[in-house]
Design a binder for this molecule. Sequence first.
Ligand code: SF4
Length: 375
Amino acid sequence: MSGIYIHIPFCKQACHYCDFHFSTSLKKKDELINALCQELELRKGEFKNSSVETIYFGGGTPSLLTNDELQFIIDSVYKNYKVSDHPEITLEANPDDLSKERIIALSKSPINRLSIGIQSFFEADLKLMNRAHNANEAKSCLDEATKHFDNISLDLIYGIPGASNVQWLANIEMALSFGVPHISSYALTVEPKTALASFIKKGIIDNVDDEQAHEQFYMLKDKLEASGFVHYELSNFGKDGYFSKNNSAYWQGKSYLGIGPSAHSFNGKQRGWNVKNNSKYINAIAQHELPIEIETLTQTDQYNEYIMTGLRTIWGVSFRKVEEDFGLVFKDYLIEQSEVFINQQLLYIDDGHLRVTKKGQFLCDGIASELFKIN
Ligand code: SF4
C-alpha cells in the first residue's frame, strides 16, 4: 500500500503557534500547482509496483485551492500512478473556507474525507491562536459538512493558556454533538520563533501549563472512549472503520510520497525532505530537478522509528518483529530497557507486544526515546 501526501503551502494568516511551512502570499499559487503536478510526473517511477490507496492534501491550508485546482492535481495523480478502486482522499480544510456551496461541491468531487481545523469552539481561544475563523463558522461548517460527508475528522487543541478544564470539556462535548467519526487532538506546544513563543516571553500570554495539558489529555481520552471512539494513536481517536488510512500507513511504516515544498517521503529504507521554500521548489522543478534531500536510515534509525511509532499506537511494538527485522541484540536491548518502565506501570507486555499503559500515554514520546538505541 502506498500513499501520496501533497503539501499546499499557503495560509490566509499565520496562526500564532504554527511552525509548518506556508506563505501568506498567494502570488505563486498557479506556478506552485503546476510544479506539484510536474513533481508527481517526475516521481511516477517510485510507485511503479504498488497502487495508491490514499491521497492526502495537507498544509498549509489546502482548502484555499479551488475545487478545480484540487481536481487538476487529483487528475495528475491518476494520470501518473495506479490508483486503487476506492482511495481515501482527504482534504485538510479550515472552517472559513467551507461555505455551504463549497461543501456541496466538494461532496461531488473525488474527495471523500474532510479533516477540519476547528481547534476550539471558543472565541477567546481562536483569537489567542490567531485562527482565521470564528466560533460560529466552526459550528456552521460542521453542521453542513456532516450533511454531505460521512468521513469527517476534526482537530482540537488542548492546553491553551486561559482555557479551563470546564471549557475544554465543553469543547469536547460540542465536537461530539456533531457526530463526527474521527477526532485528532494535540497539545498546544510552544515552538521556537513563533509569535506564541514571543508573546509568552514578553508576558503577553501565560505560558502553557503542562499539568493542565496532562489533565485535559486524560479528560479527552476518557470522554471519547466512553463515546465509542478507539484511541488508536496518541493524538487520534476514531470510530470503527474510520481510522485515518493515510496516517495509519505512516505509523505502520508503509511507503509514502511527499509532494510539494517541505513534504517528507519514505520508502521503507530512505527518508526524503523537499526544500522548505516555495520559490526554490518551483525553480528546481522547472529544471526537472527534485529539490529533495535524502537520508538512508541505518538499522538503528529504523528500529528507533519503529519504537516511536509503535508505542504511540494501539498496535504496540512487536517483539517478534523487532527480532525478525533487527535481530536478537535489538530484542534483548528492548527487553532490558523497558524493564524499568514496566516496573513503574508505564509500559506493559501483552500478547508479545510492548504497549504503553494509560498512565504512560501522556509520557509516551519521552519513554520511547529512552528505549532508543544510539548508533
Ligand atoms: S492554518 Fe494551519 S498551517 Fe496555516 S498557519 Fe494555521 S495552523 Fe499553520
